[in-house]
Design a protein around this ligand. Sequence first.
Ligand SMILES: *Cc1c(COP(=O)(O)O)cnc(C)c1O
Length: 404
Amino acid sequence: MTPTTSTERSIAAAEAHSAHNYHPLPVVVASAEGAWMTDVEGKRYLDMLAGYSALNFGHGNRRLIEAAKRQLDRVTLTSRAFHHDRFAEFCTRLAEFCGMEMVLPMNTGAEAVETAVKTARKWGYRAKGVPDGRAKIVVAENNFHGRTTTIVSFSTDPEARADYGPYTPGFEIVPYGDLQALADAVDEDTVAVLIEPIQGEAGVLVPPPGYLPGVRELTRERDVLFIADEIQSGLGRTGADFACRHEDVVPDMYVLGKALGGGIVPVSAVVSSREVLGLFRPGEHGSTFGGNPLACAVALEVLAMLRSGEYQQRATELGEHLHHELGLLVGGGAVDAVRGRGLWAGVDINPALGTGREISERLMKLGVLVKDTHGSTIRLAPPLVITKEDLDWGLDQLRTVLAG
Ligand SMILES: *Cc1c(COP(=O)(O)O)cnc(C)c1O
C-alpha cells in the first residue's frame, strides 16, 4: 500500500531505515506538554505510559526545561577527566535523598545495572572474601533489568535472550516472591540478590507482603548485598520515594534511572554505602557521559522537586483513585486482574477481548496511549502531573474499549 498520510509516510520511512527491534504503535508524535502528546496531524493523545516512568514529571516540565537551558548555556560535558561544578552537589543530594553515602553515576538504566553487578562482584572478592571467579548473584524469574549481553544472560524472556549467547555466567534465577527458593539459592559464594521491588515489565507484579522484608533479613544474615532495581519503581511512581519504602525496607544499593533524567537526558546511578562504592579505584569503571554537567543539573532539579513530596502525594492520591476505578472492572468479564501501586497498574484484559496490542491500538484510536506487556496485559503509568479529570477521561476511553 502506498503511504498517503504524513503518519503513514513517516512510519514507512522509519521502517525502511531503522532496525525493527521495536513495534511502536502507529502514532508519530510531534510535540508534547504535561500528560498530552500531539501527533504530526495535530491529533492529541493522553500519555498513559510516560516513557516507562522516565516522564514522571510530564512532558516539557517548565522547571526541568529551565534548569536544562541554564546549564546548556554554561557547560554540558567535561568527561570525568576533570571536575565540574555540578558534580559534587548532584552526588551529595542524591546520596542524601537515598539515605546512603556514595553515588556512581552512569547514563542508561542498563549501564547502572551493569555497574551494580560489577560493584557486587568487587565487593564479594574484596570485602566478603569470595574466591576469585566464583561470585554468584541471585535474580528473579521474569525480571527486567535491561538489554546488555550480561543482563540478558539472566533474563527468562526468550525474546530478550535468544541468539545472544554465549551468556555471562554467575547468576541463579529463582521464582519472584518465593523466600524459601531465595534462601535455598543463597550460598557462601553469593554476593548479591538483585530484584525489582515491583516487577514492571513482567506486568507490574507486586510481591506478596513480607517478601521484601524477608529478602532484607536473609541478605543481612547471610552477608549478601540486597540490590533494589528501582529504575522504574523509584522516584515517586508508587507514591513513595522508593517502592521498598512501602514495606520499610532499606536495601544496600539502589539502582536508579528513568525519571532521574527528568525525561530530558538519560541519567542513571548506583547509590550505596562507602563500604561498597568506596572500593573503586581510578580506572576500574567509568563512562564518558556519566555524571555530565547537563545530566547533573537536570537530576538536581528532579531531586529538588521530589523533596517537596508533592509528586509522591499525587501518585498516592491519584493512584488510589486509579486502582479503585480499575478494581470496579474486575470480575465484570472484561478484566481478569489488576495489580500495582501508586499511579502504576498492570491490567490483565480478558484474552477473548483481544491481545494487549489490539487493546492498545483501540485505545490509541480513542486518543489514549498505553503499552501492552505480555499477552493481554496493558500497563498504565501516566505522568504524575496528570490531572484527575484527564485520568478519568483516560479511564472512560478504557471502559469504552472494554465494552467492545
Ligand atoms: C527500564 C528498566 C531498565 C533499563 O533501563 P534502560 O535505560 O532502558 O537501559 C532496568 N531495570 C528496570 C526495572 C527498568 O524498568
